[in-house]
Design a protein around this ligand. Structure first.
Ligand code: SF4
Length: 494
């Protein structure tokens, strides 16, 4: 979409709202109105003595549609002014787009990956729940069910926050290996077939990183309350490798304050009784069995090498081994799926009664095979119908939404929601989404997020994505992670 900005340089805000409302478009900046032809937008901002005014003129379908947003001139701090003006710009763009397309997206004018945060901030300001819902619908144009999602997840986040001590942290361990690459995935996960030989040196490097981070955690007197091993697919490792990793972790870190220990046993084709037993013996309490769909045609279309029945059997196996908290993931919008087959997948998942169900919306990633091959996908309306069905059935089944996030390039601009039975909210998911406490990431592809909650400061340390980069760069990474101690000395223990 051709974009002309006048009176401001808020490119990021404009791109965010444009991508949300017109996901198939990419920004192209132009210098003058003469270049604005069909599917283009002139986005201007004026700051008067009394009012700040944003205007969007959207050239669409042979006509021009105007959206205006105005409020009293903001005189706060530079940060506050930026925030207010960017919102004004997004609102004006949204109003023009609704006039042009006749469609009102369920997330209204709200961009950003953590929509629950606005509700959290409003509740923390002392607003009532009713007032929060009203603000979300009248100022951000959220559909009532999405406003309710925000409120529910904000409530869960605030409840979790009350249970956390100042020095509580979580650990994330990334195992960047998978048996094969799913067609919708762009995650840097190495297929075992090609890189089996990298697993032992990867684990050796990981053990070194564990030792180094554990030393910092002990020195800083931090409490590990949650461990999450994700990937990739951690259960790509053998039972012996899993056992040794868990032993090493328990020896290095003091896990006596642990409240939750999750391992993603994501791909049912990697799950065996031996591996699940190794996890159980190693102290893991929560596993994630992620079929994504329980329709064999869809599983084939996304490149999975297992059937729906095998996913169901993996879930039964997890129960037999004694896991009393299991998550199952589904994705709405996969190739070959229909509203009807998605409904059947969800019904089957519900019949298995996992404690957590995470319903994702397919996000079209750049390097994914379905993006490159332009595989036909369910429409935005169909995805919307899938999610509506899921929300209705999950709520009726006693599940509540406890965390929520959005990604770019999702079918229909929809969301990902974690649902849980009462008492089974995953602390890690809330911690990471609400940015409540530090999460130290180890292994491949992880990002350590250092959080000083009282002053709202967040810093990140990035781990290498590819296994061979990670192995080669382990000394440098360990040196870089001295930043954990520096951060705590500078911003928390001042
Ligand atoms: S299991 Fe997950 S990380 Fe691995 S290829 Fe599939 S989507 Fe990607």
């Amino acid at each position: 979409m051709k974009l002309l900005l006048t009176g401001h340089g808020y490119k990021y805000a404009v791109e965010q709202i444009m991508l949300m409302l017109f996901p198939e478009e990419r920004p192209e900046y132009v210098e003058g109105t003469a270049e604005l032809t069909n599917t283009a937008a002139a986005v201007s901002l004026s700051r008067g003595n009394t009012y700040d005014t944003a205007t969007t003129r959207l050239y669409y379908g042979g006509a021009v549609y105007t959206g205006i947003a105005r409020r009293r001139r903001c005189e706060g701090s530079p940060l506050e002014v930026d925030r207010v003006l960017q919102r004004l710009i997004k609102t004006a763009f949204f109003r023009a787009a609704v006039r042009a397309t006749g469609k009102k997206p369920v997330w209204g004018a709200l961009t950003g990956i953590r929509p629950g945060k606005i509700a959290t901030a409003l509740l923390e300001e002392g607003r009532t729940e009713k007032a929060v819902l009203k603000t979300l619908s009248t100022e951000y144009y959220l559909a009532p069910d999405r406003a309710a999602l925000c409120l529910d997840t904000a409530r869960a986040g605030l409840q979790a926050a009350q249970t956390l001590g100042e020095r509580d942290i979580a650990l994330y361990i990334g195992i960047p290996f998978c048996p094969t690459r799913c067609h919708y995935c762009s995650f840097v996960s190495h297929s075992v077939e090609k890189s089996m030989a990298l697993i032992p040196p990867f684990l050796e490097a990981l053990h070194r990183e564990i030792d180094a981070d554990a030393l910092s955690v002990r020195k800083l007197d931090l409490n590990v309350v949650s461990v999450y091993i994700g990937g990739g697919t951690p259960t790509t490792l053998s039972a012996e490798q899993l056992e040794s990793l868990l032993k090493h972790l328990a020896q290095a870190f003091n896990l006596s304050r642990l409240r939750e220990f999750t391992v993603e046993a994501g791909r049912p084709d990697t799950i065996t009784p031996e591996k699940l037993s190794a996890l159980k013996t190693g102290g893991v309490g929560r596993v994630s069995v992620n079929p994504q769909s329980l329709c064999d045609d869809v599983l084939r279309a996304i490149g999975r090498r297992h059937t729906a029945q095998e996913a169901v059997s993996a879930m039964h196996l997890a129960r037999e081994i004694g896991f009393d908290c299991v998550n199952m993931d589904l994705i709405a919008g996969l190739p070959g799926d229909t509203v009807e087959t998605f409904r059947r997948s969800l019904d089957t998942v519900l019949s298995l009664r996992p404690e957590n169900v995470t319903v994702h919306t397919l996000s079209l990633k750049k390097g994914a095979r379905i993006t490159l091959e332009q595989t036909p996908l369910p429409s935005g309306d169909e995805v919307g119908a899938m999610l509506d069905y899921a929300a209705e059935k999950l709520r009726a089944g006693g599940y509540g939404p406890y965390y929520l996030y959005r990604q770019k390039f999702t079918s229909g601009g929809f969301e990902n929601v974690g649902w849980s039975l009462p008492g089974f909210d995953s602390l890690y998911n809330i911690l990471i989404m609400e940015e409540l406490r530090t999460v130290i990431a180890l292994g491949g592809g992880g990002v350590t997020k250092l959080v000083a909650p009282k002053i709202g400061r967040i810093e990140r340390i990035f781990n290498a994505k590819y296994p061979h980069e990670y192995i080669k760069g382990i000394d440098g990474l360990i040196a870089k992670k001295s930043g954990i101690e520096t951060f705590y000395h500078q911003f928390i223990d001042r």
